[in-house]
Design a protein around this ligand. Structure first.
Ligand code: AMP
Length: 300
């Protein structure tokens, strides 16, 4: 399963990605997460990206494409992925298409999570992430039971440095100018589907998975059936080959079984052989005796 999740900052792509990862056991690749990691660990790349991220602007294509290329070259990417926050503009989308074509694994679906801009502002400025397990909360829509504390693991909740109102406004403008054109890009490829991203998280997720099932699963199911059929053919061929090679081995096993009746059959043969011998010997005796008896009777 190879999916791009499209949507404005705050549309809930990250939340939906995490649920999809759980359901379909595939990897989420978030350029935002990878960049934040680089900033937190203070790598050279992180230092270069930090100021741009805090200004709500897009990090250079050169940096982001380098990150993505490296991540997609990991063996686990072959089993499928959800791209979250990438691509962010047309050149990135074109570069992604080229990379996936080289890997022989074209994109299957671009799923837009669609949310109105006034909702986005509250979602972004109210967003809090757990620093330990990554769980996402919102102080307006889904606050934790204890302020600042993760309900799942007790970790400390963090407010992203680029989730302040001024930066959020810039990020939304950048989205409209640079990322929104990707909707037309993927529509032209016939890969775009849209899910309303407003309401309960579970209901949005149901909508998202329905789209995925309709778009990708039928193909996956057919591929699964083809694989099963060819596996069954291979198994049958292997069993037939094993049966052929097993035949000579079965012969010696059959021989002792065949030998058993031989002594039984041989016994009567011996008896038969013995019988004539006895008969031969007995014959003259028997023949002689009646003669004597007969003679005796006659003499009486
Ligand atoms: P996100 O978590 O996806 O909202 O990303 C946070 C910030 O990381 C963005 O505002 C950008 O500065 C940067 N960023 C993430 N992904 C990309 C990308 N594909 N291209 C350029 N910049 C990105």
């Amino acid at each position: 399963m190879r999916i791009v999740l499209l949507g404005a900052p705050g549309s809930g792509k990250g939340t939906q990605s995490k649920l999809l990862v759980e359901k379909y056991k595939i990897h989420q690749i978030s350029t935002g997460d990878l960049l934040r990691q680089a900033v937190a660990t203070g790598t050279e790349l992180g230092k270069r990206a930090k100021a741009t991220m805090n200004a709500g602007q897009l990090v250079s294509d050169e940096i982001v494409l380098g990150i993505i290329q490296e991540r997609l070259s990991h063996p686990d990417a072959k089993s499928g992925f959800i791209l979250d926050g990438f691509p962010r503009n047309i050149p990135q989308a074109q570069a992604l298409d080229a990379m996936l074509a080289r890997m022989g694994q074209p994109l299957q679906l671009a799923l837009l999570v669609d949310v109105d801009s006034e909702v986005l502002m509250k979602r972004l400025t109210g967003r809090r992430n757990c620093g330990s397990c990554g769980a996402i909360y919102n102080i307006y829509f889904s606050p934790p039971k204890t302020a600042g504390k993760c309900e799942k693991c007790g970790g400390v909740l963090q407010h992203r440095s680029d989730d302040n109102e001024e930066t959020v406004r810039k990020r939304l403008t950048v989205y409209q100018q640079q990322t929104a054109p990707l909707v037309s890009y993927y529509k032209a490829q016939g890969k775009l589907r849209t899910a309303r991203g407003v309401g309960a998280i579970g209901a949005i997720f149901k909508n998202v998975t329905d789209i995925i099932e309709a778009q990708i699963r039928p193909l996956a199911a057919v591929m699964g059936q083809i694989e099963q059929a060819s596996a069954a053919r291979a198994k049958a061929a292997k069993a037939a080959k094993a049966a052929k090679t097993a035949k000579p081995a079965a012969k010696p096993a059959a021989k002792p079984a065949a030998k058993k009746p031989v002594p039984k059959k041989a016994a009567p043969k011996k008896a038969n052989k013995a019988a004539p011998k006895k008969a031969k010997k007995a014959a003259p005796k028997k023949a002689g005796k009646p003669v004597k008896k007969a003679k005796a009777k006659k003499t009486k």
